[in-house]
Design a protein around this ligand. Structure first.
Ligand SMILES: [Mg+2]
Length: 120
């Protein structure tokens, strides 16, 4: 069965781009906010989350902390713009598995995800 990847980003263009990059190989689910992402995570089995840090209302760090609060143990790769290094370090300390700087290249994204699934 295809692995399911939840992509969380307030930027619709980035959601669509990521869907195109990953859609051939994975079951891709999109969320345009942290709240939507948490609702999906409560009701569907997700194998990996790509999580934008910079989002209004609930940013990626808060979304991540809430996931942890639910006891959800899903690998998370953060998506960051430049200048968010402190956030990324904080996220890695909290248990995120990796991060990617936007805009990422399709091959790089695929490689990182494959690496994560190979760990299991
Ligand atoms: Mg954003």
């Amino acid at each position: 069965m295809q692995k399911r990847i939840l992509v969380v980003d307030d930027d619709e263009m980035n959601l669509m781009r990521t869907q195109i990059i990953l859609g051939e190989d994975y079951d891709v689910v999109l969320a345009d906010s942290g709240v939507r992402a948490l609702n999906i995570l409560k009701t569907q089995k997700v194998d990996l989350v790509l999580l934008d840090i910079d989002m209004p209302l609930m940013n990626g760090m808060e979304t991540f902390e809430r996931m942890k609060g639910f006891g959800l143990d899903v690998p998370v790769i953060f998506l960051t713009a430049s200048g968010e290094v402190e956030d990324v370090v904080g996220a890695l300390l909290l248990g995120a598995v990796d991060y990617l700087k936007k805009p990422y290249r399709p091959q790089e994204l695929k490689k990182r995800i494959a690496q994560e699934f190979e760990k299991k």
